[in-house]
Design a protein around this ligand. Structure first.
Ligand code: MN
Ligand code: MN
Ligand code: MN
Length: 308
């Protein structure tokens, strides 16, 4: 039994008809990756908006999970371990969501360490290239900006280099930084070497994760390439499709529901929240067609009913 909430999220009873409804959000970001709010603030905001089962899914890191867990415990809210891993398939960067895994699984820790290392190598390459073009200080300036923005320990990415170029007076704004130096095909457009889709799925399987393919409509694929991706994902051991990602158009939800049915995949839902005032908000997404099997009912430690 499901119904749409005022904010467009979904209230779902898990198994028990008599249980109180709960709102689920299985996709959001904090300052541990590219979100604007600290993990504890994301949890509090989700709780305020009626979310009772939340997964924090920062990009390629588990760093926000301890803080989020402490905040969730204080609110008596259910938090599931989550991560959004980047990988490659068919020449494109694909995102895979992992849930309810063992946080200390060696395979996962090692994969994250490698991604972390890769990001630093990429940042160093961007910094060196900019310095060689007469923009001294880029190598150290971008990491300093990254730290200032609260993301300590992570490598700076192109937005941080853009901010450095603005502050150093090489460009007038971030848009110009991308247009001249950092955008697609420019000097600072250094590709990151991601693992393959199969290897990301393998890593998550070794950690005992439930695995969902993030926003399958967002890759600029043809219909047949998208179908092929989903077939490959299912074949490699993926469990679910993120059928609902925020306020994506209803036709896309319908299209993905058809694919979930065809490939016998479970369905996940999430807002993909990054920042307040952005295009998405915690607990806000289109309803999930009710014949699909929700992934979150498989999470073992999820209480089967949650009083709101
Ligand atoms: Mn993001
Ligand atoms: Mn994504
Ligand atoms: Mn995301």
């Amino acid at each position: 039994p499901q119904r749409e909430t005022a904010c467009g999220g979904i209230i779902t009873n898990i198994n028990d008809r008599e249980s109180a409804p709960m709102t689920v959000d299985l996709h959001c970001h904090s300052t541990a990756s590219d979100g604007a709010l600290a993990p504890a603030v994301v949890v509090a905001r989700a709780h305020e908006r009626g979310v009772r089962l939340l997964a924090l899914t920062d990009h390629d890191t588990l760093e926000g999970l301890d803080e989020a867990q402490a905040a969730a415990n204080a609110l008596d809210m259910q938090l599931v371990s989550g991560i959004e891993l980047s990988c490659t398939w068919g020449g494109a960067t694909i995102h895979v969501l992992g849930y309810a895994f063992a946080r200390d699984a060696p395979a996962l820790c090692q994969a994250i360490a490698e991604l972390h290392e890769g990001r630093w190598l990429r940042a160093a390459e961007i910094g060196k290239r900019l310095e060689a073009k007469g923009m001294p200080g880029a190598l150290d300036g971008a990491p300093a900006i990254q730290q200032e923005l609260g993301d300590s320990g992570n490598a700076p990415a192109r937005p941080h280099f853009a901010e450095f170029l603005v502050r150093a007076g090489h460009v007038k704004d971030r848009a110009e930084a991308f247009r001249k130096w950092l955008g697609s095909g420019k000097l600072g457009d250094v590709k990151q070497h991601w693992p393959t889709l199969e290897s990301a799925i393998d890593t998550l399987q070794q950690a005992g994760a439930w695995i969902s393919l993030a926003h399958p409509w967002q890759y600029s694929f043809t219909r047949s390439k998208r179908r092929k991706l989903i077939a490959g994902f299912a074949q490699a051991g993926g469990h679910a499709l993120e059928v609902v990602n925020g306020m994506q158009p209803a036709e896309q939800v319908g299209g993905l529901a058809i694919l979930a049915r065809e490939f016998g995949l479970l369905a996940s839902v999430g807002s993909d929240f990054h920042a307040p005032g952005d295009w998405s908000e915690l607990g806000m997404y289109r309803p999930l067609p009710d014949d699909l099997s929700p992934l979150w009912t498989r999470f073992q430690h999820v209480r089967q009913s949650t009083a709101i």
